[in-house]
Design a protein. Sequence first.
Length: 431
Amino acid sequence: MKNATLGFQHLLAMYAGAILVPLIVGEALGLTSTQLTYLVAIDILMCGVATILQVLNNRLIGIGLPVVLGCTFTAVGPMIAIGGQFGVSAIYGAILVSGLVVILISGVFGSLVRFFPPVVTGSVVTIIGITLIPVAINNMGGGEGASDFGSLANIGLSFGTLFFIILLYRFTKGFIQSISILLGLIAGTIVASIMGKVNLQSVAEASYFHMPHPFYFGTPTFEWSAIITMILVAIVSLVESTGVYFALGDMTNRKLKGKDLAKGYRAEGVAILLGGIFNAFPYTAFSQNVGLMQITGVKKKKVIIIMGCMLIVLGLIPKIAALTTIIPSAVLGGAMIAMFGMVISQGIKMLGPVITESSENAMIIACSVGMGLGVTVVPELFAKLPDSIQILTSNGIVAGSITAILLNILFNMLSQRKENKSVVLKEQEAS
């Protein structure tokens, strides 16, 4: 019973993040209530499957640490952009390919990670967070195209939800603070229902049980720019997960080896691949659950496996998933400001130590973030370039990421190679 209670705590800590991603993406893509219910349900189920794949340790996959996997927020902006440009089918084609790529590079990613130091990954995460803010602002007004967009009721609900989350974050500690966004969504929805802004029809229409449906949204299609975007998202997620792995390894007094990391990366690749097949999301390690382990002091894998099983059961019950779809857009918008702001702050946190290291790093950050935001705001900038080049320039996240990678090679990696060569020559002359 104690393990089940602790597992339920972990479920609550990650639940807001797990349901917000499908709700945001689904609304942005204009899915019906039935489709949105499926998207939430399959995502909850796949979070459980992905977590169990990672916790269970065998010869091929699984790092064997108490890791919780959930859908990555870094995929939200790219998925919305891909869906808007190429359709939902292209999203899942790109996720499938990115999952395969992660599986293929899992054994050598340790050596590839040098191309993605904090100055690169921090820039990418910051770009993704910044490009998500307009989505949140639109929802705060009631959703793009809403007849009552910007009404006092919607503004009041969104800012009321945000203020409630801020109060919880300021005046509570530990577990309550870790679920502040979930509590904010619940409180905002209760107030919205009193105002008559909650429609329960989707809950009434939802069934009590369903089975996962491969390629629910149709046969996947494959677009190069979409594929490159999702591969970049997957690589950034792997870098973030690596930090979680080492943090948990330290907490559990386990020294991680290269083969352990490879199995962890491979498990994430399989989870992403399954997400593509069942039309869910890319998955990554959730850091908020690491914080919960630090609070409770409980680091048992059994607790996380129980939580994974709970998620699978919940994901098989569309009625429960449908309850999340009744959250009004304005309430979502208030919570999204906090969540997306956290993405930006995470990027800034990653950039903080490196921006003062050298003026070169400052230039990398300036150009990559500027390019990413600029192409997002003015996507027609490169419309007259050849299609082969537009693959890299049509999406702000891809353009910003490529800029960061290339400038890091130019300013840091090539200069470091020259310095190393110079040192070797001096040593040879001295001898």
